[in-house]
Design a protein around this ligand. Structure first.
Ligand code: COA
Length: 157
């Protein structure tokens, strides 16, 4: 696997994402973590803040690059020269949407394939929204995000 892309909103990055990044970085020569700019979701963090947190947490991997993207994932993958998209599957409920997305992306760019990694059981229930909600009500988020990200969330709230 030469260049692979792991796309998402990462608002903010959680231990679940970091687990997928670590495992993908061992399989790909070059892993690009793509942070979506034009999301329909109302983000807590700006794209720059999300990039900054990801860079802080992945700096130890020499083959991981963090980039923002706009528009279609298939176009971004083409621009990056990537032929593989990595997605984490947390539960069966993720599957239908993920399959639809993988098939659409392949239609848009037939050279693109999607590889699914089973999310670590410890993070199967996790999402960025859940972390923000727990933090908003002053719950303990140390099991979900790194101390640095937890501090950034606290500052925001
Ligand atoms: N561990 C923990 N949480 C995880 C996780 C994991 N392994 N994998 C996903 N999640 C969480 C995410 O944090 C996210 O939480 P949120 O909804 O609270 O923000 C949620 O699960 C959904 O994740 P995901 O499906 O990756 O959504 P996303 O918004 O992060 O990313 C894109 C979606 C960017 C991949 C997709 O919208 C896209 O490609 N957009 C570009 C436009 C395009 O090409 N559209 C056509 C594609 S068919």
């Amino acid at each position: 696997m030469n260049t692979a892309i792991y796309p998402g909103s990462f608002d903010p990055v959680t231990y679940g994402h970091l687990d997928i990044i670590e495992r993908s970085a061992q399989m790909a020569d070059h892993l690009i973590v793509g942070v979506l700019k034009n999301n329909t979701k109302e983000p807590m963090f700006t794209v720059e803040e999300r990039l900054e947190m990801l860079r802080e947490e992945t700096g130890r991997y020499a083959n991981v690059e963090i980039r923002a993207f706009d528009g279609l994932l298939a176009d971004f993958a083409r621009d990056c020269g990537a032929k593989v998209i990595i997605r984490g599957l947390r539960a069966v409920t993720d599957f239908e949407y993920e399959l639809q997305m993988a098939q659409t992306n392949r239609k848009l760019a037939p050279e693109l394939d999607t590889i699914f990694l089973a999310t670590d059981l410890r993070y199967a229930y996790l999402s960025s929204s859940i972390v923000k909600e727990v933090a908003y009500w002053h719950g303990d988020i140390r099991a979900f995000v790194t101390p640095y990200v937890a501090e950034r969330i606290r500052e925001k709230i």
